[in-house]
Design a protein around this ligand. Structure first.
Ligand code: PAF
Length: 308
């Protein structure tokens, strides 16, 4: 099976390295030619919960990779359209696209480019920090959930689940992937912006009264919005779940904090801003998520002006 992971960030590199354990034909597609060449030469290295080195094929040219059975999107949510357009030739007539990205909206964009029947949604709650190109610290193990938006259980889904399990990723299929995506959204809404603002690793958010209070408020708003949209979350006690993820990924620098430390754009538009938009549409007050969005957006647009 040829599997192409698009985006060699923390999650993409982790998934690619773990998938090499399956002995399938694993490729990384990177828009950056020089970095792809480096990854091909150096390979991938995992530290932390898994310690391994992996040789991997990497390219910036879909033609060099050829037709794939599965494309896994691990790019930032604001790059989904570009990444899908780049990866489109890899799956000309057959082959599936699985999105494992944070936030809401990625499936819809992938559907636009590929057509709904080829797209699989996914969420993964792993903690991964990119230490250097191709070097990932694996800091938290969590469940991966995959599913089709129409709820059907296909042979493809079963194949991907088996593949991920062989790679060491605890994986299950869901008939309600929308519920799984919103369940991850609530987790990200409670963790990511707070880590970006305080510069704390996930676990430390639980050590301070202030971060605990804001987390509780952000999560409460997000859950109210999800309920109004009749989304069924995959857990009964959302705040306990968010806290459990903080504990399970305690040493992790969240993806949003990694972005801020690298002075890059964050995924705030696909996370807390989604809660704000849906909250406003349905008349649910979302002041805490609004504040988190405003502050993270200010950080994003003021890297040059910030005192270090
Ligand atoms: O975005 C992230 O960093 C991750 O989704 C998670 C689970 C919050 C762990 O840091």
């Amino acid at each position: 099976m040829k599997i192409v992971i698009v985006g060699p960030g923390a999650l993409g590199s982790l998934i690619a390295a773990l998938l090499t354990k399956t002995k399938e034909d694993i490729w990384l597609l990177d828009k950056d030619e020089a970095r792809a060449a480096l990854l091909e030469r150096k390979g991938l290295r995992l530290e932390g919960l898994a310690s391994m080195e992996a040789k991997v094929n990497a390219s910036a040219d879909p033609k060099e990779i050829g037709a794939a059975d599965l494309v896994i999107l691990c790019v930032k949510s604001y790059d989904t359209k570009k990444a899908m357009t780049l990866a489109r030739p890899l799956v000309p007539e057959r082959g599936a696209v699985l999105t494992l990205q944070n936030g809401i909206g990625n499936i819809e964009i992938a559907n636009e480019v590929m057509g709904e029947e080829r797209v699989i949604g996914g969420v993964t709650i792993v903690g991964a920090t990119l230490v250097d190109t191709g070097v990932v610290r694996y800091t938290g193990k969590g469940e991966t959930v995959i599913g089709k938006i129409d709820g059907s259980i296909t042979v493809e889904l079963r194949t991907i689940r088996e593949l991920f399990i062989r790679a060491g990723l605890q994986t299950r299929i869901s008939r309600d992937i929308k519920g799984a995506l919103w369940s991850k959204l609530v987790i990200n809404a409670g963790i990511n912006a707070l880590t970006a603002l305080t510069r704390l690793p996930n676990g430390k958010l639980l050590d301070y009264e202030g971060t605990r209070t804001v987390m509780r408020q952000a999560v409460t708003e997000a859950v109210k919005v999800a309920k109004r949209k009749r989304i069924k979350l995959t857990y009964d006690d959302p705040l306990s779940k968010v806290e459990a993820v903080c504990e399970a990924t305690a040493g992790n620098i969240s993806s949003m904090l990694q972005d801020v430390l690298k002075k890059r754009r964050t995924e705030i538009d696909a996370i807390n801003a989604v809660i704000v938009r849906h909250g406003q549409e349905s008349g649910i007050p979302v002041p805490v998520n609004t504040l988190l969005v405003e502050l993270v957006k200010t950080i994003e647009s003021s890297y040059g002006a910030a005192v270090s």
